[in-house]
Design a protein. Structure first.
Length: 278
């Protein structure tokens, strides 16, 4: 009986020590997990951590380890473990949301770059403030034709010219395009295509005008208004805010047509300044 009593006393004395060792192991594990969380939240390294706001008080006398004290410590460690689990979950959720936000930003950036790289689809309004003031270039033939012109192509061109002169641009575009289609081998076809481009340019449609000017120059480079179309092609590109493409057009005009008409040569320096050519 005495030996049994001694064994029970020894067992009772060792229970607080075993409980304390268990708590110490749990606290060590909590410290390791907290350091891992801080490394994840503060990847900058040393110095970028959060110090605990609550520190253990310095005991003034040796603590007496009783069953109630150990139970209280266990409850507090359980609460710390639960709070650490919630913090870890919040950190992981925040990282996931941050990755989603970065993906959305990258997708938006790619879509914006794709839209800005697309060619101009519509005819923007002409930038009148950046264009030099020029006198209108008259597209009337050097020898005006009589009312009953013998050449039907010339008569049709004169009718389109009168519409353009009256600023009836829509009707002029249709009439002059028909002249070029109906009389493709006539000398007036070059005149009609060039003036049709002028009608679109004056109507605030520089993209369409640029296509007509380029076609008139490429299809009939020896036409009487091929040089004019090359000149106005540069002006249309400036209005489309494509100045870097207008300068080579003006260079080609000077190289291909060194004997261009005087009113083109006189207006070429101002056109180069509008295109900001070097």
């Amino acid at each position: 009986m005495r030996k049994l009593l001694i064994a029970m006393l020894l067992l009772g004395a060792s229970t607080p020590a075993m409980a304390q060792q268990n708590i110490e192991r749990r606290v060590d594990r909590l410290e390791q997990e907290m350091r891992a969380v801080q490394r994840r939240v503060f990847p900058g390294g040393a110095g970028a951590t959060v110090d605990p706001e609550i520190r253990p008080a310095t005991p003034t006398r040796p603590a007496v380890e009783t069953g109630d004290a150990i139970s209280t410590l266990n409850a507090r460690v359980d609460a710390i473990e639960a709070q650490l689990a919630r913090i870890t979950g919040q950190v992981e959720e925040g990282g996931y949301r941050l990755r989603q936000l970065e993906e959305q930003v990258n997708q938006l950036r790619a879509e914006t770059q794709a839209r800005t790289a697309q060619p101009v689809a519509a005819d923007p309004a002409p930038a009148a403030a950046t264009m030099p003031v020029m006198e209108p270039i008259v597209e009337r033939p050097s020898t005006p034709a009589p009312a009953t012109a013998a050449d039907p192509a010339e008569a049709a061109y004169n009718a389109g010219f009168r519409l353009w002169e009256q600023r009836n641009y829509a009707a002029a575009q249709t009439a002059l395009t028909q002249v070029a289609e109906r009389y493709p081998r006539s000398r007036w076809a070059s005149w009609a295509r060039n003036l049709a481009g002028r009608a679109y340019l004056d109507d605030g449609k520089p993209a369409t005008a640029a296509r007509i000017f380029l076609s008139n120059y490429q299809d009939d480079p020896r036409g009487e208004r091929a040089a004019d179309s090359l000149f106005f092609l540069g002006e249309a590109l400036v209005r489309l805010n494509r100045r870097s493409e207008a300068c080579p057009v003006y260079d080609e005009l000077e190289q291909t047509y060194p004997n261009m008409r005087s009113f083109l040569r006189e207006r070429l320096p101002a056109a180069r300044r509008a295109a900001r050519c070097s």
